[in-house]
Design a protein. Structure first.
Length: 120
């Protein structure tokens, strides 16, 4: 077992601070309440029940004691990755403010003509 592995397990115990999971390999791990899902969890019993089959990811593993820290939240967040937002810009062209600089004299001429017309 190593950090990042995705494993199946069965909930064997629930405490206010998290849930104990027996993994297929026979090892026992803990899903801390903060690693169950994103956001605030008022009552862990509303989400998990003893005997539930769960898919977890190994967050930490202590080889000496044989215990693992597990997470369901990391798998949930993995599914909900946001696509990269498209920026409406000309990053690829690298032309900077050149188009504005080219138009500026025309806009100034138009603005002067408009102001002169308004004055008359």
């Amino acid at each position: 077992m190593k950090i990042g592995d995705k494993l199946k397990g069965k909930i064997t115990g629930i405490q206010p601070y998290g849930a104990f999971v027996e993994l297929e390999s026979g090892l026992i791990g803990l899903i801390h309440i903060s690693e169950i899902r994103t956001g605030y969890i008022d009552n862990i019993h509303d989400i998990l029940k003893i005997g539930d089959q769960v898919l977890v990811q190994v967050v930490d593993y202590d080889e000496f004691s044989g215990k693992a820290s597990l997470s369901m939240r990391t798998l949930e967040e993995e599914k909900h990755r946001l696509p990269r937002r498209h920026r409406f810009s000309n990053d690829r062209c690298k032309i900077g403010f050149a188009p504005l600089g080219k138009q500026m004299p025309i806009w100034i001429k138009e603005a002067k003509a408009f102001l002169k017309e308004q004055k008359d």
